[in-house]
Design a protein around this ligand. Structure first.
Ligand code: B12
Ligand code: SF4
Ligand code: SF4
Length: 355
């Protein structure tokens, strides 16, 4: 059996749904990373710049590497019906178990089997300093959409990636067919204009960044754009014609458990209980403060004045200035009176802005 067939069989055998190959060279579109960082599009995600050299050429980390293996797990499931009331929407990738754990376990198993076959490897799922999407494209898995996501023809973009660099020579898989053509739906639907030009995302304006990665409050002008998104955002993928008939994969660990969140419940829960509830899922990432901030912004956007009482009882008295500031904004947006004074300058600034 040749190396490509051997690695491919092992990858599918440990549970990856798609696998593609290409030979190692400097990362395609590496210049785009430098332009992105220079513009400041990475927002506060400074760790991306710190891994810049390896992202641009993985041989800075793995000088022995010769081949690239792109791996993917499809995660689409149908969204459960809207429960109504004061609930917020969660992005699809986060409905079930944390994919870092699920795919990380498969990657470790694959690496052990490659080791046993005498093939050295290094790589990761999401968190390693690797530009996963350009490699997935180079390995023929799919193509880059104008929203910057990887689209697999016939399957869409509801997938999660991992990359392995190996010391074996592998041939290039043929490029995937397809592309965006003249479509611009994702650029138009983005409520916060985070996609100012095709193939370039400004994280400073992206709902996904503000609800998952950021620690403070988004600028006032972006908050209405969050709409009902309490964690992540799928709008640019939902409108994409390539996603109109996605398959429902048989991946029970990623089945919807947290597609909708009860916002009053998030606000009322003690912080440690919230952390415990979401441990082992992507919803753990923003911490209790981040989740409460998100819930408050969505409550402000929903326009339901039944939220005023829970915001007063649980949000305004929270120890975190971020939660109190978000409470002030939500109350003002709901037309309710806001407190006159807060000892924290950022909360006081929200009070003044609320006028
Ligand atoms: C930082 C990060 C974010 C940031 C920034 C996103 C961004 N677009 O850069 C934020 C927090 C906003 C984010 C959001 C999301 N993310 Co994210 N994120 C990452 C992470 C960790 C790094 C991405 C990165 O390096 N960005 C820097 C830019 C410069 O690189 P890039 O976007 O990959 O861009 C390359 C291409 O666009 C290409 N390119 C540039 N110009 C051109 C021009 C042409 C013509 C072409 C063809 C290509 C091209 O070159 C660039 C590299 O230099 C990756 C995992 C990883 N290690 O790669 C996951 C990853 C990209 N995220 C993922 C997911 C699922 C999401 C969300 C869908 C989550 C959600 N539902 O809320 C959203 C989608 C938002 C969007 N439209 O991209 C998946 C994407 C899977 C897929 N199908 O593509 C990844 C791969 C994680 C994973 N392991 O599966 N994410
Ligand atoms: S994830 Fe949402 S906010 Fe971010 S680019 Fe896509 S539509 Fe815009
Ligand atoms: S919505 Fe249109 S432009 Fe955006 S990624 Fe899909 S096909 Fe491309």
């Amino acid at each position: 059996m040749d190396t490509r067939a051997l690695i491919g069989d092992l990858a599918l055998g440990v549970g990856f749904h798609l696998v593609g190959f290409t030979r190692l060279r400097p990362t395609p579109h590496g210049d785009a990373l430098d332009r992105w960082l220079c513009r400041g599009d990475q927002a506060q995600m400074h760790w991306i710049g710190r891994g810049r050299e390896i992202r641009r050429d993985p041989r800075h980390r793995a000088p022995w590497a010769r081949g690239v293996v792109a791996l993917a797990v499809l995660h689409h499931h149908r969204r459960p019906p809207d429960p109504g009331g004061r609930t917020g929407m969660v992005a699809r990738y986060a409905w079930g178990r944390d994919y870092h754990n699920l795919m990380g376990k498969r990657l470790r198993k694959l690496r052990r089997r490659l080791d046993a076959a005498g093939i050295r490897s290094w790589g990761g799922i999401d968190t390693a300093p690797i530009l996963e999407r350009p490699w997935a494209t180079a390995a023929g898995l799919g193509f880059t959409g104008k929203h910057t996501l990887q689209i697999v023809p016939g399957q869409g973009s509801w997938l999660l990636l991992g990359i392995l660099f190996v010391d074996a020579e592998v041939p290039d898989d043929p490029p995937a067919r397809g592309g965006c053509g003249t479509c611009t739906r994702c650029l138009e639907i983005c409520p916060t204009d985070a996609l100012p030009t095709p193939y370039e995302l400004d994280a400073r304006r992206c709902i996904s960044y503000w609800t998952i990665e950021a620690r403070g409050l988004p600028p006032e002008t972006l908050r209405p754009g969050l709409g009902r998104w309490v964690f992540g955002c799928d709008l640019c993928q939902e409108v994409c014609p390539h996603n109109h008939h996605p398959p429902d994969p048989d991946e029970v660990d990623l089945e919807p458990r947290h597609a909708w969140l009860d916002l009053d419940g998030i606000l009322a829960a003690p912080d440690p209980a919230l952390i415990e509830r979401f441990t082992g899922t992507p919803l753990r990432r923003p911490g209790a403060v981040g989740l409460k901030r998100n819930a408050l912004l969505v409550l402000g956007n929903l326009g339901d004045d039944g939220a005023i009482d829970p915001i007063r009882r649980h949000g305004l008295i929270h120890a975190s200035p971020v939660v109190r500031a978000a409470s002030v904004w939500a109350l003002a947006r709901l037309g309710a009176p806001v407190p006159r004074h807060d000892p924290d300058p950022t909360v006081q600034a929200e009070i003044i802005a609320a006028g």
